[in-house]
Ligand binder design. Sequence first.
Ligand code: AMP
Length: 493
Amino acid sequence: MTTTFDKFNLDKDILKAVIDAGFREPSPVQDAAIPLILEGNDIVAQAQTGTGKTAAFGLSTMSMLDTSDRNVQILVITPTRELATQVSDELFSLGKYRHIKTVTIYGGSSYSRQIGLIERGANVVVATPGRMLDLLKNGRLKNFAPKTVILDEADEMLDMGFLDDIESILKFLPKERQTLLFSATMPEPIKRLAKKTLNDPKFVNITPKEHATNEDIEQLYYVIEERERDNALLRLLDALEPVKSVVFCRTKKEVDRVSTQLMAVGYPAKGLHGDMEQNQRETVIKAFRASQIEILVATDVAARGLNVTDISHVFNFHMPFDPESYVHRIGRTGRAGRKGTAITLVNPMEYHSMQRIAKKVGTNIQFKMVPTLNDVQESQLKKMADEIEKAELDVNAQKILDILGDDINLSKISLKLISMLINKNSLQGPNKIGFDQKTLTNLIKRLDERNGRDRNRGGRGRSGGYRGRSRSRSGERSGKSSGNRERRPRSRN
Ligand code: AMP
């Protein structure tokens, strides 16, 4: 069988693995980067996760690898353990017919085991910066001289404060090497790192500047009162019924609270954050990948490098702090050629920051109204009617009819059954959540005018002004807040 990957002159066993992986044609980053890497160039590639960048560097570098050499020839450095594991898994499966040995190195697990695995003849090491530097500094790795070094998700490493570690690691490695730098965004420090440590790199940019985010991702925002945030999330989950989604929160505490709340109302959700033990985090990600969990509630750090291809929706429960983080978060959906939806919840105070992010990212983030309870109910009833029409008859159904006997007529039985179904999926929360476009425009205008006045008076400006209607006059939280919300567990079958 031939594939469009044949044009690259990759190793035949690598091509065999490409066929197994089901890749039909190279992605744009693969088209651009593979030939440059095969020619031996250093490269700086601006590519988001989900674009096939792992295979771009994996297929090319592993094709050139000498399998008779038992020393480490390729080193991949990634910001997180999760990404290290994912990259390692992908390289392992792409390199399987060449019998390429891949070892993953990260903190929190045994030094001696990792060193042992390398010494037994690893060809590829995928490592997080901290542990890699530890091993190098302490002289624990003999003859460690990879000819190819890949810095994956360099901007994430910058955000996590790893750039100095990266520079230190590179000092331990041979000067004569090929270095490949991949990053979703190109902030100044990354450009400086590339200039300092790469040798006459070639540039690959498959994300035009004005379009830093994937075009397969529909980007929406909803403006709500602060107190409506929980209900808005539940309403959108009820309305959109995502196949698989990630809900990004700002803090670990919020992750715990939101995930607990989703579970309490019957959603198959779990939290993921940096305070969790490594094996706990791995279990959650595995369950999410296997669709035992449909909603992953996570902090930015925990979700770095998360590569699950069938995430249909990303929710920003709170707006991210900066455009880079926005791009990174929404890049969890719309992966491997699929479509995705990214949703951001903002309160009126955050409206201008949302616009700034949209401008910086260069994409159109569309305003939407949260569907009303009536709308969602209406569409669920239609769907239910459709399901009833299509349902297969169960052999035991007649038995139940016989038990019910003649005392109760068929139409009454039907109505009772439908009521049971409706109650099982009962929707709750207020009918209307958030703002429509007209109310929002007026509110933003009033806020801006007031903030202008405050500033002129030397007042607190925008951040001190709006309190929404989240508290009643007595200062109590509204009775409709999600804390008081009761909901029957949903059956999700
Ligand atoms: P990455 O950008 O490396 O995180 O890759 C995202 C996903 O795309 C991974 O699950 C890859 O297996 C998949 N992938 C990579 N290259 C291709 C391709 N040419 N065709 C289809 N899927 C691909």
